[in-house]
Design a protein around this ligand. Structure first.
Ligand SMILES: Nc1ncnc2c1ncn2[C@@H]1O[C@H](COP(=O)(O)OP(=O)(O)OP(=O)(O)O)[C@@H](O)[C@H]1O
Length: 920
């Protein structure tokens, strides 16, 4: 499975649940997958057909979605196509029936209307699964019910033994059951992941419609475009789409639009241009949304309250799909809230109407919320035990003025109860404000004692309080037939029973902008400086020259994508390019090692990328095979369903080195000083193309300290095991040599176990005017004799007793150590005379015995060839270290073995994990 993942998708690890879901599908089980937007559900149906070599049929609701997926899959070397009314190639259906596609997309209409003959031909060849993407469209209780989806159940009879897989990001329990029933799933394996998109910032503001606001919006979007990346602006009407689109164009922003009144061709064109990075902003109605998988969308704006909370989650889910911190802002006006009837017009049954009203009400509550927005979203989707504050929504990050509103809450709750818990918010508020409308007089509410007691406050003020009381659980909002009803909840009744007309328990609530009437505050953008965060993260972890290289690679990718007629992200993502800019691979093997590089990219465009990297790096004076690519936006936080999701820590910025040290040294210093990793861990970091000596890492950190980088000397001395005795020996040796310009003569005077890191540390401390006692006060200073200290100090000293090269250039510049980036260092006598020294690190005794046994059986020199090496590797399930390989194939030169390993790695025939070479 991992081989397939790397080969076709370029990823080295599965995301949570993916592997388990794939395993169940391969076992032939039906599966229902409910996981967050952008969590990688598609991979669950894309991997099985590649493993069993049988077509997967995928039902997808939108043509544009299918076309995007087919385009991206083809760039991964996967045979994919679609059958729909838009398919112009008449041969596709015939080819599909003969089982030649790995993945075949179909619209639901086509799947239900295509001949039984087609299915029986395809069944003969073998169908690995039938996936129904966006499966919530099956349910009338879903937010996006599609009649065509309802027919899909009949496929069960045609494909009785094919595993059915339903996938969606938005399904309540009711919808989940509906999906399983409709697809006639049997004993389905249900996987429910967390809905939390932790890399997304959520914010809401109310606004007043007008040119002024649109101008501000345009100004804000232009900031995002200039600094961070793509933006989508969702509007609720076509008129809004056109107005904002025109304003963006006037401001010189490259924008496109997408709505239902555009012709098919114009929409397709617009969609294609956006995903191909030809323009930066897409202004659209919700017709544009579901399934869009452009990974680098940094900003999703909703201009108007969305029609449901589910569609808000879907649409905002287009943001930050590469896991990088991104923002979702929603702007609403009160007038948005009266659109319920408009949305309900789509309903064909009472239950559907109720479902639409409920989702719309939830969206309104989301707008008016003063508590954590993420919690509200997660609670809505049924996630349990969600924290009260997420720290990455506007309500958690901005402090609002608060005030004791106990008297007003008492009045409103009492009024709702006195009116019989039978109305929306308007009636009880009108009563409080002293209205004598016909309705009020007829119901005799003007006789209530609280009639007119709240007339000094505006209706909007009371409504804002009403929404707060709903979100704090004092009031409950429900739908009766098609009307919204607000009633007093048990919590509200408890509040009333502990209150008297002139004395209520304190109830402190935030003063919202509706309450303070602070229009200006309401309309202001970017208060929390979110854009600065987005801008700084784009180049996070890159030096200035590397950032330039990254931009040039983005351009190169764009040119390449244009030449082959695809979207740039389909070739490789921005994160992968960033890693290429950091690592600057000089060989295909090194390029293959980078996360996100798949075999198709490597074989088709690998040479092109390597050439570009070499050329551009030279222009920018950057060394090749530089830093390790450790900028992965990965998975850190687990939530209730134990789905770890994507980190939000990407907002932090890595301090840039202000003094000149090589990238390798800076990286070593950063990992040791900032990440707190040991020299051993840094030397063997999995992200490193090849391990390096621990002493080399220690040397880098010491050199960084000499350049003024802050380090914890006590920790360093402890880790390298520099004792008083060792220091004494070194001082004596320096005196004897009479100079400290060269390290080797000093080392020659010292016992074997005193290494270059010890000498470097002593000399650096001298240069910096520090003493051992100062760093480690007496009592804390290791003081054993040099010949005894190995047990007491660290493994480091005993392991690093190999002679190492500390005087030469940095790791990336070493002439021989660079060949295939493997685990050796050159003896101090110089590269010519030097035997290579290998780490025996991960070699277990039993494995070594096995190697020796094989060697004894084969006393003749064994030469490494592609097939002999692959055959030999078959003996070892857990991989073999480089030293083992060289030991076994002693009939071949080291250089030729390196070369061979590089080629096999590039061809994805072997892979390296934890310094061990494994057969794929
Ligand atoms: N194991 C993985 N490692 C890294 N990236 C992955 C992995 N699996 C999927 N991805 C990437 O994550 C992104 C989102 O995946 P995908 O389109 O499958 O999401 P989804 O769950 O279907 O979302 P939605 O419901 O919003 O359509 C894609 O760009 C995909 O390539």
């Amino acid at each position: 499975m991992e081989y397939t993942l790397k080969k076709f998708f370029g990823y080295s690890t599965f995301r949570p649940y993916q592997k388990e879901i794939i395993e169940k599908i391969l076992e032939g089980k039906d599966s229902l997958v409910v996981m967050a937007t952008g969590s990688g559900k598609s991979l669950c149906y894309q991997v099985p057909p590649l493993i069993v070599n049988k077509t997967a049929v995928v039902i997808s609701p939108l043509l544009s979605l299918m076309q995007d997926q087919v385009m991206a899959l083809r760039q991964r070397g996967i045979k994919a196509d679609h059958i729909s009314s838009a398919q112009t190639d008449s041969r596709v259906q015939h080819i599909a029936a003969s089982g030649q596609f790995d993945i075949l997309y179909m619209t639901p209409e086509k799947a239900c209307s295509i001949s039984n003959n087609f299915w029986s031909n395809l069944l003969d060849k073998g169908i690995s699964l039938l996936a129904v993407d966006e499966a919530h469209c099956i349910s009338e209780w879903g937010h996006d019910f599609r009649v065509e989806y309802k027919q899909l159940g009949k496929l069960r009879g045609i494909l009785p033994n094919v595993p059915f897989v339903g996938l969606t990001a938005t399904a309540t329990e009711k919808v989940r059951n509906d999906i399983m029933d409709s697809l006639e799933m049997r004993d389905a394996c249900v996987t429910i992941g967390s809905f939390d998109r932790t890399n997304l910032f959520y914010g809401v503001k109310s606004f007043s419609r007008g040119v002024l606001f649109v101008d501000e919006l345009v100004g804000e979007v232009s900031k995002c475009v200039a600094t961070a990346g793509s933006t989508i602006i969702y509007c609720t009407t076509i008129k809004d789409v056109q107005q904002i689109f025109e304003s963006l164009l006037k401001a010189g922003i490259k924008a496109g639009m997408y709505h239902g009144q555009m012709g098919n061709k114009a929409r397709e064109e617009s969609h294609r241009s956006f995903i191909r990075d030809e323009f930066d902003v897409m202004v659209a109605t919700i017709a544009f949304g579901m399934g869009i998988d452009k990974p680098n969308i940094r900003y999703v704006i909703h201009y108007g309250c969305p029609k449901s909370l589910e569609s808000y989650y879907q649409e905002s889910g287009r943001c930050g799909r590469d896991g990088i911190a991104s923002m979702c802002w929603l702007y609403y006006t009160k007038s948005d809230f009266v659109k319920a009837d408009f949305y309900c017009a789509e309903a064909s049954s009472v239950s559907q109407r109720t479902a639409i009203m409920q989702s719309f009400m939830a969206a309104q509550r989301y707008c008016m919320l003063t508590t954590c927005r993420r919690k509200f979203l997660l609670d809505y989707f049924g996630e349990k035990n969600t924290p009260d504050k997420c720290g990455t929504c506007d309500n958690c990050t901005t402090s609002r003025k608060e005030s004791d509103m106990s008297r007003e809450a008492f009045l409103l709750i009492s009024s709702i109860r006195s009116c019989g818990n039978n109305w929306g918010l308007n009636m009880p508020i009108d009563v409080l404000r002293g209205s004598r409308s016909k309705k009020i007089v007829n119901a005799q509410f003007d006789k209530l004692p609280l009639h007119g007691l709240g007339k000094e406050l505006s209706a909007n003020w009371w409504k804002a309080l009403g929404y707060q009381l709903i979100s704090h659980g004092y009031l409950t909002e429900t739908i009766r037939e098609t009307f919204k009803i607000v009633s007093v909840s048990p919590k509200g009744l408890k509040f009333l029973s502990s209150s008297k007309p002139d004395d209520q328990p304190t109830l402190v609530l935030p003063v919202t902008s509706e309450m303070s009437g602070d229009e200006e505050q309401r309309n202001k953008f970017g208060e929390s400086g979110e854009f600065n965060g987005l801008a700084s993260q784009k180049y996070e972890g890159l030096s200035e020259a590397e950032a330039q290289l990254y931009n040039m690679l983005v351009e190169e990718r764009m040119k390449l994508a244009r030449a082959v007629g695809t979207a740039p992200y389909a070739l490789c993502g921005d994160q992968t390019l960033k890693k290429i800019a950091l690592m600057r691979p000089s060989t295909k093997a090194r390029l293959a090692n980078i996360d996100g590089v798949n075999q198709y990219l490597l074989t088709k465009y690998g040479d092109h990328f390597i050439q570009s990297v070499k050329c551009l790096s030279e222009r920018l004076n950057l060394s090749l095979d530089g830093r390790t690519a450790d900028i992965q936006p990965t998975i850190t936080k687990s939530t209730m369903h134990t789905v770890p999701t994507i980190t939000k820590s990407t907002m932090h910025t890595v301090p840039k080195p202000d003094r000149k040290i090589t990238p390798a040294k800076y990286e070593a210093w950063r990992m040791w000083h900032e990440d707190g990793l040991s020299f051993q861990k840094i030397a063997n970091a999995p992200s490193r193309p090849a391990p390096i000596q621990e002493t080399t890492v220690a040397g880098y950190v010491i050199e960084a300290a000499l350049e003024g980088y802050e380090i914890d000397w006590a920790r360093l001395l402890q880790e390298i095991g520099l004792t008083c005795e060792i220091s004494g020996h070194i001082q004596t040796a320096i005196l004897k040599v009479g100079s400290k310009d060269k390290l080797k003569p000093i080392k020659d005077e010292l016992p074997e176990e005193i290494n270059y890191a010890h000498i470097k540390a002593c000399l650096a401390m001298q240069d910096l005017g520090m003493s051992l006692e100062e760093v480690n006060p007496p009592g804390h200073l290791p003081s054993c004799r040099a010949d005894e200290h190995c047990n007491e100090t660290s493994e480091f000293l005993s392991k690093s007793s190999h002679p190492c090269h500390m005087e030469g250039p940095c790791e990336s510049e070493r002439p021989v150590g660079n060949i295939a980036g493997h685990n050796f260092a050159v003896n101090c006598n110089g590269p010519d005379s030097a035997p290579l020294v290998y780490d025996d690190d991960l070699l277990s005794l039993s494995k070594r015995q096995k190697v020796n046994a094989i060697k004894e059986e084969n006393p003749l020199a064994v030469e490494a060839t592609e097939s002999s090496l692959l055959n030999w590797l078959k003996n070892y399930n857990h991989g073999v270290s480089l030293s083992d390989i060289l030991e076994h194939f002693y009939g071949s030169s080291e250089a030729s073995v390196f070369e061979l390993l590089s080629c096999l790695e590039s061809d994805f025939m072997i892979f390296k994990k934890n310094n061990l070479y494994n057969l794929m």
